[in-house]
Design a protein around this ligand. Structure first.
Ligand SMILES: Nc1ncnc2c1ncn2[C@@H]1O[C@H](COP(=O)(O)OP(=O)(O)OP(=O)(O)O)[C@@H](O)[C@H]1O
Ligand SMILES: Nc1ncnc2c1ncn2[C@@H]1O[C@H](COP(=O)(O)OP(=O)(O)OP(=O)(O)O)[C@@H](O)[C@H]1O
Ligand SMILES: [Mg+2]
Ligand SMILES: [Mg+2]
Lengths: 220, 220
């Protein structure tokens, strides 16, 4: 379960304050599939990074299963994240010097004893249609192929929570449907908790509920 | 006018050949707005890079207004590209050390005497809704904001040809519509030639015709 209370995030650029989040509270129960929509710049990625413990809020608190990030050391927060959270970044964040296989394997190595089993990795690779591209480095992959490698990397350890930032933004409808079917299947059969940002209204419909953001707030 | 004849592009990865383009021919007349659709990995970005003179085909020829890339020196091809072609990249390719204003201004400086006028730049910035973000560097911008800066940069010199690789992939519907309206307006009022890759069927409908790609070929 993810709990967030009164999240505020203010960035400073020169003399100006950018209010990226203006007081966001939410609760995602274990096993939910929540989608997040809203205009460009409305604070979606900022929210996801804070939920994942990658960014500190200016004020407010996030807890994972009752453990508040603010009460943990950096090392403890990193360990919590590595064991529980898979993250698909809006710009993929693949390591440029490793090929697709290496990027996915690195995620398994980092998880140590919590690493996913090889059969799960192989099944994901086939479901996402990237088996023929495992030897390619990121700059030798199409945009949509990079995105699918990023998705495989996020899912390979069967994380309890998946935070996905526009995972179908670079995909055609056929591949997009395949990805959403995979996410829905993992949610229904493994009870994986998913928070997914999307601009695609059809993709938003895959969640069991949708949060709308505008100007740094969740709006009813 | 853009003419392409029998384009083949083969990448080599280790022992394996990847046939990204398998014989593509096309003609885009001056003033056309052509959209390109197709599955992830079907060769769309490869085609666009070759049309823009950024990548050499393995075989085949591209000509811009009758001048074949293959007959030009590297310096001549670069000059032809800078004067005539604006490119919106699938991953934006903004310079990380410059802010949004700097990225856009650099495009004007590079064009030298062919630079667009400041009024055109200012109008684009307002139409794309990025005026409040000009002091932000790319990693201080949302995904959709980076995309809109990349679009402004490509258009600021009023290039005769715009090659746009999924320019609305990271945008919500409102911003996406705004971008497509801008492109349609430039095409209709200035006669700007546009070749746009998109996964969004609604966006594809903005062109006067659509090319479908599958497995490295244009299919009827
Ligand atoms: N530098 C490279 N080296 C090897 N293979 C490459 C390279 N660039 C692209 N490819 C391969 O060529 C094929 C076509 O790539 P391309 O980027 O043109 O696809 P695309 O249609 O733009 O896909 P997407 O919709 O996912 O962006 C892909 O299968 C990709 O893996
Ligand atoms: N590091 C930063 N420094 C300054 N401002 C930032 C930074 N990161 C984000 N912002 C600003 O905060 C606002 C929210 O950004 P965020 O990335 O959360 O938006 P988003 O909803 O994900 O947008 P998109 O749909 O375009 O990806 C944006 O206006 C952006 O310019
Ligand atoms: Mg975002
Ligand atoms: Mg592409």
């Amino acid at each position: 379960r993810i709990t967030a209370k009164d999240l505020v995030k203010i960035y400073r650029i020169g003399e100006v304050d950018v209010h990226a989040l203006r007081g966001v509270s939410l609760r995602v129960e274990a096993g939910e599939f929540v989608t997040v929509v809203g205009a460009s710049g409305s604070g979606k990625s900022t929210l996801l990074h804070i939920l994942g413990g990658l960014t500190h809020p200016t004020s407010g608190e996030v807890s994972i299963d009752g453990r508040a990030y603010g009460s943990l050391s950096d090392a403890q927060r990193t360990a919590l994240r590595r064991r529980n959270i898979g993250f698909v970044f809006q710009k993929f964040n693949l390591l440029p010097t490793l090929d697709a296989r290496g990027n996915i394997e690195l995620a398994r190595e980092i998880a140590g004893p919590e690493a996913g089993v090889p059969q799960h990795r192989d099944r994901l690779i086939d479901l996402l249609g990237i088996r023929a591209r495992l030897n390619h480095r990121p700059n030798q992959l199409s945009g949509g192929e990079q995105q699918r490698v990023a998705i495989a990397r996020a899912l390979v350890n069967e994380p309890r929570i998946l935070l996905a930032d526009e995972p179908t933004g670079n995909l055609d409808s056929k591949n997009s449907d395949a990805v959403l079917q995979v996410l829905q299947e993992l949610n229904r059969s493994l009870g994986q908790t998913i928070v997914m940002i999307t601009h695609n209204p059809d993709a938003a419909a895959f969640g069991n509920r949708t949060l709308h953001m505008r100007d740094g707030q969740i709006v009813g």
